[in-house]
Design a protein around this ligand. Structure first.
Ligand SMILES: NC(=O)c1ccc[n+]([C@@H]2O[C@H](COP(=O)([O-])OP(=O)(O)OC[C@H]3O[C@@H](n4cnc5c(N)ncnc54)[C@H](O)[C@@H]3O)[C@@H](O)[C@H]2O)c1
Ligand SMILES: O=C(O)[C@H](O)COP(=O)(O)O
Length: 616
């Protein structure tokens, strides 16, 4: 049965947390039964010795590097677990070829882009990773590239090896007294910032989802995307590759940088539009680039336009490649794999179900609602790639938000540090909120970070990001047994929103929802009542409550071939303001969005993408 192993792991770890000491001894006996079967683990990429030694204590270990897909598929039905780095593609074909024997895939590193998570889940295979042990190595590599690029070290070294002693060709640029912009103030970004300050650089960071307090504690100021582009001499990228960050560094971003800026990428290749970088280097708008990651890895060496340029220095995805980091990730992933093979859920489980299947069935709509509210709230945070526009003629805004004007929102400074969750339930204080809270955290974090949230690690991950979670349970009417929640709300403290109507009177991004007829709905955004199924993409407009707007907006969407699945309008008071929610099957073009802001009466518009979590 799908999920059998993972389900067992969740049940056991939840049970272990509740069990008194005597009970835990009983659990140890159960695990001993598991241990009588010595699992076989296939390691397909070089793993630190400490990890391999630890693995050999309890498992049969086979190492086989550089396997083709066919070779991997041939071996996988003979193993219980597989350990990989980013070089092994664990595709659906691999899971199918395992015929159900493969129980765990361990990724010795952060990114799981090379593992087909949906196929793993369908095959009942747990995926675990090692999210923390290579952070410092990646940060050090970023700093190494910064210094090497500024002082032309690789070029000078190559020239000496070719027999020349050319001192004038490699005059560098100083770091001290300059400004560096860190994009993505997460685990790696904050370590880079710490080190950059030590080098005498002023550090600013752009991260709409980071805690401003956490940044300030490190002497780093959070700024808008535009400010970061404009003030910095060096730009260093540390955000995950998401639909929101894909191609973020494009022609427009490079054009807004200081002439002669320098850029470093140790995050993921797709964050930079490589063709745009080439144009920026050719025009000398960007003086130099240092790249550890590429759109395609390995890149095609024959004709890759960036790799051969003297103003670009490259490393083959070496961010995590230090002896210490590899020992660290090896131990981190092996602990998680061994734990998973013993039936336990580790904090590093990537695709673990948040709850066992039978409980999931009962709570399904409520947990979809909780995750959906988290995703909705974070989806309303202003970021540089927000599809949102404000009408320049806008005069009446009831909100105090700092939503940016113009067709291309530049994003706010970000910096939310508080998540306030309110549950209205017939169970009042007796409502066990752990699962719902974890689902909200999942909704907030998984869209924007490399973190994979499970029931065991949710609170820890939130704490590590500097998020304060407050919960209030209000007793609502009902018999206290059947209905779990009457309604629930999530508020993000002090975040800038891309849609000013989403900000409530206390300056928080506010969303509220409830389950009706077994389906989760968003019922309030900011101070406006809405009725939105928690699924699909929605275009939101705020407008004056006057005739002609529905027709005008609908006509522009139809001209752009955007199919409308539903439309609702809600207003605060007659002749006041209203919010219109339009279900859309595809996204309108930026030009259409811009035109919509010019429809008489429209104040602002935004796209609210895929609120619903993917199907589990
Ligand atoms: N080159 C390597 O070998 C190597 C090693 C480790 C990590 N990485 C990569 O480095 C990146 C950072 O890893 P991490 O562990 O610090 O992740 P993290 O999740 O701890 O931090 C990512 C940060 O990016 C921020 N972010 C998300 N969307 C953003 C946006 N649109 N604009 C600005 N900031 C945004 C998030 O809020 C978060 O603070 C990831 O892409 C990861 O895959 C590469
Ligand atoms: O995702 C990661 O952890 C890094 O990109 C490192 O990948 P690697 O383990 O293949 O070096």
């Amino acid at each position: 049965m799908a999920w059998s192993l993972a389900d067992r792991a969740v049940r056991r770890s939840a049970a272990a947390a509740r069990r008194p000491a005597a009970g835990r001894r009983c659990c140890a006996r159960v695990e001993a039964v598991y241990a009588t079967h010595r699992a076989t683990v296939l390691v397909t990429e070089k793993l630190g010795d400490a990890g391999l030694d630890r693995l050999r204590l309890t498992c049969n270990v086979e190492t086989a590097y550089g396997l083709t897909q066919e070779e991997l598929c041939a071996k996988v039905s003979l193993v219980d677990a597989l350990i990989v780095r980013s070089g092994t593609k664990v595709t659906r074909a691999v899971f199918e070829a395992s015929h159900g024997r493969l129980k765990v895939v361990g990724r010795a590193g952060v990114g799981v882009d090379n593992v087909d998570l949906a196929a793993a889940t369908e095959a009942g295979c747990l995926v675990v990773n090692a999210p923390t042990a290579n952070t410092v190595a990646a940060a050090e590599h970023g700093i190494a590239l910064l210094c090497a690029m500024a002082r032309n070290i690789p070029q000078a070294d190559a020239s000496m090896k070719a027999g020349s002693w050319d001192r004038s060709a490699y005059v560098g640029t100083s770091l001290a007294g300059k400004t560096i912009a860190v994009y993505g103030f997460g685990k790696v970004g904050s370590e880079v910032s710490r080190r950059a300050r030590g080098l005498g650089l002023t550090v600013v960071a752009y991260d709409p989802y980071a805690s401003a307090e956490k940044a300030a504690a490190q002497g780093v100021q959070l700024v808008t995307f535009d400010e970061a582009l404009q003030v910095a001499d060096f730009h260093t990228l540390h955000m995950p590759l998401t639909p929101g960050t894909k191609g973020l560094f494009n022609d427009s971003a490079f054009a807004r940088m200081k002439r002669g800026a320098r850029i470093i990428n140790v995050a993921r290749g797709g964050v930079i539009d490589e063709a745009a970088l080439l144009r920026a280097l050719e025009s000398k708008q960007v003086a130099q680039a240092a790249l550890d990651v590429f759109l395609e890895e390995p890149p095609s060496f024959e004709n890759h336009p960036l790799v051969h340029r003297p103003d670009v220095i490259c490393t083959p995805h070496l961010g995590a490649s230090t002896t210490e980091a590899q020992e660290g990730v090896a131990l981190e992933v092996v602990e998680a794999v061994v734990d998973a093979l013993a039936g336990n859920l580790s904090v590093n489980a990537v695709n673990a179900p948040m709850v066992p299947a039978e409980i999931l069935r009962e709570l399904q709509p409520y947990i979809v609602l909780a995750e959906g509210l988290g995703r909705a709230a974070v989806g309303l945070v202003s970021n540089s790639t927000s599809s949102s526009s404000s009408a320049s003629s806008s005069s009446s805004s009831s909100s105090s938000s700092s939503s940016s004007g113009g067709a291309h929102s530049q994003g706010g400074k970000g910096g939310f540090g508080d998540i306030a969750i309110t549950y209205s339930s017939p169970r009042g204080d007796d409502l066990d909120t752990r699962l719902l809270r974890a689902m909200v955290i999942k909704g907030v974090l998984e869209e924007t970070t490399t973190s994979k949230v499970n029931l065991v690690n949710a609170d820890l991950l939130a704490r590590n990001r500097g998020l304060r979670i407050t919960e209030v349970s209000i007793r609502a009417g009902g018999d206290g047994t059947s209905e779990v929640l009457t309604s629930m709300s999530v508020a993000l403290g002090t975040a800038d929103s891309k849609f000013s109507a989403a900000v409530d009177r206390t300056n928080r991004i506010y969303v509220e929802g409830r389950v009706t007829g077994g389906a989760p709905f968003l019922t309030k955004i900011g101070n406006f009542d809405v009725e939105l199924a928690v699924q699909g993409s929605v275009m939101l407009t705020r407008q004056r409550d006057q005739p002609g707007i529905v027709g005008g907006v609908g006509m522009l969407l139809s001209r752009d071939n955007v199919n409308i699945s539903f439309m609702t309008v809600s207003r605060t008071a007659k002749d006041g303001e209203a919010i219109m929610a339009i279900g859309i099957d595809s996204e309108p073009s930026p030009a259409t969005l811009e035109e919509i802001t010019r429809v008489k009466g429209v104040i602002e518009v935004t796209i609210f993408k895929e609120v619903a979590p993917p199907q589990r």
